[in-house]
Design a protein around this ligand. Sequence first.
Ligand SMILES: NC(=O)c1ccc[n+]([C@@H]2O[C@H](COP(=O)([O-])OP(=O)(O)OC[C@H]3O[C@@H](n4cnc5c(N)ncnc54)[C@H](OP(=O)(O)O)[C@@H]3O)[C@@H](O)[C@H]2O)c1
Length: 214
Amino acid sequence: MRVGILGSGLMGGKLGTIFARAGHEVVFTYARRREKLEQLARDAGGNARAGTPREAAQEADALLLAVHWSRMEDVLHQAGDLSGKVILSCSLPMNADDTGLVIAHTSSGAEELVQMIPRARIVSAFNTVPSEVLFGVYEARGKDSRPSLVYCGDDERGKAVAADLIRDVGFDPVDAGPLRIARYTEPFALLVAQLAYEGDGGPELAYRFERFEE
Ligand SMILES: NC(=O)c1ccc[n+]([C@@H]2O[C@H](COP(=O)([O-])OP(=O)(O)OC[C@H]3O[C@@H](n4cnc5c(N)ncnc54)[C@H](OP(=O)(O)O)[C@@H]3O)[C@@H](O)[C@H]2O)c1
């Protein structure tokens, strides 16, 4: 696939590198310095290059949206027409100092994106995982038991693309349902972050769901 990275920071830089190493054609875009994008493309080692959000948007089979919420309007403006595009968003609707969500409970950042780009195929994915674990998951991908990663969306084609990319990183993709479920996965991401940064003594999250029958 041709994958455009809109926001090449901790999440976009790492996921773009993994996608390139997994064999996808990657365009890194949207950092403050062009040299950073070029360096990322060189370090990715696969089929990767630096570009602009507009170039990435025009050519991509899938786009990863990985910017701070405060940069969303700007990056979407730079990307141009995104009609029909598959967009995986890991962006959380965080406030300026990253202490809380500015949209929650009755909506989500992912649902707000649908208002901003109504004709795009939006999937909420990769927002519940700290960037620090991504390379480790990719390196361990051959193992039998893979960590699960939930994603959600209303567009079936977008979700199929997202599941493939999630699998390529080394996760087992778990379809959590329609896009409105992002109302619950986005706050869950803050819980994960709270626990993940506690240090070595922090707990491992483990859970198991039973299906309930009437
Ligand atoms: N980090 C995590 O573990 C994590 C986990 C789950 C979800 N998320 C969410 O994922 C999204 C991205 O997070 P992140 O940690 O990857 O953020 P980040 O490291 O700050 O990356 C954001 C990217 O946007 C670029 N940028 C910022 N201001 C810009 C400007 N004025 N012009 C052009 N480019 C600009 C940054 O450029 P520079 O590279 O030049 O700084 C960087 O490449 C956020 O919504 C976050 O809430 C993050």
